[in-house]
Write a protein that binds this ligand. Structure first.
Ligand SMILES: Cc1cc2nc3c(=O)[nH]c(=O)nc-3n(C[C@H](O)[C@H](O)[C@H](O)COP(=O)(O)OP(=O)(O)OC[C@H]3O[C@@H](n4cnc5c(N)ncnc54)[C@H](O)[C@@H]3O)c2cc1C
Length: 367
């Protein structure tokens, strides 16, 4: 049985699925739920990090079965336009859906074109294809090192990127892989960042940890350098310095994945939200948890917490008796004791929970 209040969630990523499954947990069959997706699967993007190293992470979870299990109507067509005045969205296939509550969880995209030469010369791991291409480039790097040619891999954190932490993971993973390939002594590793301190957006605590880890592993680090232009064999910085490379790896600047007509956005297209509930400013019934909102750090485990807050709020508005006690939001990224379990959870547990049609808060027993 479906209730008459309709919640429409756009985006089948961390934030969208967490919101949909949590609303269902709160309200049971007292709500009509629809999920708009632009592909058949949930993609666990954090697991792209392991693809270049030929590990076999679980990257995709088909959505049809968990959606059916939770009585969620799946619409497979990208969002076209939002008409908030009429409480309707239009999809690219020409259909339109009425909503009482709308959740815009369409995530972020990359815009490498902001930096001259970046798209042409740098590798990234944003998509599975990018990650496989990087894997092939790493093989060539190791081959050159084995043939006796010294190599230099440069990791570049540019301004405008709001999720630099995985790049730090990647340099550590590469260092470990080069040792296993027995070519570590022939490959220099360097990470440059525009931040004054490593992982600055994540609070003050991580700089010292990164510095000592880099020192232990022989990784060079340079802070407070802003890329100007990327050339085929070197990166030029705005302070006049430059760094040579044989292989360049970066996370480009972020922008919103979709344009949202008539809704308030920041300069990068992210929806302006109330941090406590992820409600879009100036609206009563539109929410933007996860990377589509304007929170300055983009991370899956934050997306999950923002989605929980949005789902709590929506459930409470529909049925004040249904909502649990308000959950405390903990956005002290890096400094929070939840940081490490959070990282494990997005890479290992979340694909399994989503496959079972369950949100993160439902625990890991009984898949
Ligand atoms: C390599 C890498 C490693 C990472 N590692 C970590 C980590 O260890 N820990 C961590 O917490 N975070 C990590 N992150 C960040 C994390 O992946 C994101 O913060 C997270 O995916 C955000 O979730 P989201 O649901 O907001 O967006 P997404 O996961 O991007 O989901 C958005 C969904 O919306 C869909 N969509 C987009 N446009 C439309 C449209 N027009 N119509 C319909 N659907 C649409 C997309 O296809 C996607 O399914 C990593 C990111 C990368 C790239």
């Amino acid at each position: 049985m479906s209730g008459s209040t309709r919640v429409v969630v756009v985006g089948g990523g961390f934030a969208g699925l967490e919101t949909a499954f949590t609303v269902r947990e709160h309200l049971g069959d007292g709500v009509d739920l629809a999920l708009v997706v632009n592909g058949p699967d949930f993609l666990d993007r954090p697991n792209n990090l392991y693809v270049p190293f030929r590990r076999d992470p679980r990257l995709r979870v088909p959505l049809a079965e968990p959606a059916a299990r939770r009585d969620i109507t799946l619409h497979q067509s990208p969002l076209g336009a939002t008409d908030c005045a009429a409480n309707r969205i239009e999809l690219a296939d020409g259909s339109s859906i009425r909503y009482d509550y709308l959740v815009l969880a369409t995530g972020a995209a990359m815009r490498p074109g902001e930096i001259p030469g970046l798209a042409e010369h740098a590798h990234t791991v944003w998509t599975e294809d990018h990650a496989r291409t990087l894997g092939a480039a790493l093989d060539r790097l190791a081959e050159s090192a084995r043939a006796g040619r010294s190599q230099r891999a440069l990791f570049l954190v540019p301004p405008g990127n709001m999720c630099s932490a995985p790049l730090y993971d990647l340099v550590l993973l590469l260092e470990q892989w080069l040792r296993s390939e027995q070519v570590r002594d022939r490959v220099d590793l360097l990470l440059t960042t525009w931040e004054d301190r490593y992982l600055e957006a994540f609070g003050p605590d991580l700089h010292g940890s990164v510095r000592s880890e880099f020192a232990t592993r022989g990784i060079e680090g340079v802070t407070a350098v802003e890329v100007d232009t990327v050339h085929p064999d070197r990166v030029a910085f705005t302070d006049g310095t430059s760094q040579q490379y044989d292989l360049l790896i970066t996370f480009p600047p972020h922008v919103a994945a979709c344009a949202f007509d008539g809704l308030p956005t920041d300069a990068r297209g992210f929806l302006k939200t109330d941090p406590a509930t992820s409600r879009v400013m100036g609206t009563e019934n539109v929410f933007a948890p996860g990377d589509s909102g304007d929170f300055p750090v983009k991370l899956a485990y934050l997306a999950l917490r923002q989605a929980d807050a949005a789902a709590d709020e929506i459930a409470w508005r529909i049925d004040p008796n249904a909502r649990r006690a308000r959950r405390e939001l903990d956005f002290q990224v890096g400094a929070s004791p939840l940081w490490n379990p959070g990282r494990v959870s997005v890479r290992v547990y979340m694909p399994r929970l989503f496959a079972a049609g369950r949100p993160s808060q439902s625990g890991i027993g009984g898949w």
